[in-house]
Design a protein around this ligand. Structure first.
Ligand code: 13P
Length: 253
């Protein structure tokens, strides 16, 4: 069995000071929990401050986005090599970036490849809209996002070095989580078989697949009791100490 991975995506929340106030007490509780990989993804300005507070713990850091180039005339962007000193992970292709900032499967692919070249493990997000869900197009959408987003990546690069987050867009920030059975079925029927086709069975088995979308302290254990769900990508609840600690505890059981 793979170690479950719980990732807190803070999105555009918390100043540096607010980040410190949240992380310090939370980390004292999180560091006691064993058997779960814990990753916090603050906004860029807070990464260094949070990193300092996490010294001596196993809690890791991730970024919420990167550009695929190492430097240049890309105003407002952050390069992978600028964060790899602090971060082990990077969220790529979050639906909010696809919907609001013009990210395409093609740019997502460039970012996944750049992350891997800089020793950052990509957390590639896939998931369908409400309309696509209602018209039974989940399979088509997640297969396309995986096939395009993981183009030209070798099995050796992906093995043990890739996380997939299944985040149905209709469940993000709505309080209407997918049913755990539905999420598990998408992983079993569409995501894992697509990874097997892109790579091979052994590599596909080494890739952890998370669920994301309205996960909280109360519903987390139902998700983790599903056989294929190996973690959670948590938004709103990662900003609340008790909720996030409860989610990590549920993953540890
Ligand atoms: P919520 O947990 O707030 O629904 O957000 C999920 C998400 O988008 C995490 O990346």
């Amino acid at each position: 069995m793979l170690t479950p991975i719980v990732v807190g995506n803070w999105k555009m929340n918390n100043t540096i000071e607010q980040a410190r106030s949240l992380v310090y007490p939370m980390s004292l509780k999180l560091r006691e929990i064993k058997g779960v990989e814990i990753v916090l993804c603050p906004p860029f300005p807070a990464i260094m401050a949070v990193s300092a507070l996490l010294q001596g713990t196993d809690i890791k850091l991730g970024a919420q986005n990167i550009h695929w180039q190492e430097k240049g005339a890309f105003t407002g962007e952050v390069a992978p090599n600028m964060i790899s000193e602090y971060c082990s992970y990077v969220i790529i292709g979050h639906s909010e970036r696809r919907a609001n900032f013009g990210e395409t499967d093609e740019s997502v692919n460039l970012k996944v490849r750049a992350a891997m070249e800089h020793e950052l493990t990509p957390i590639l997000c896939v998931g369908e809209t409400k309309e696509e869900y209602d018209s039974d197009r989940t399979s088509e959408v997640v297969r396309r996002q995986l096939n395009e987003g993981l183009k030209d990546i070798s099995s050796s690069k992906a093995k043990d070095n890739l996380v997939i987050a299944y985040e149905p867009i209709w469940a993000i920030g709505t309080g209407l989580a997918s049913s755990p059975e539905n999420a598990n079925a998408v992983l079993v029927n569409h995501i894992r078989p697509t990874l097997e086709k892109i790579f091979d069975a052994e590599t596909a088995q080494s890739i952890r697949i998370q669920y994301g979308g309205s996960v909280n302290g109360a519903n987390a254990s139902e998700f983790f009791s599903q056989p294929e769900i190996e973690g959670a990508l948590v938004g709103g609840a990662s900003l609340k100490e008790d909720d996030f600690v409860a989610i990590v505890q549920a993953a540890a059981k």
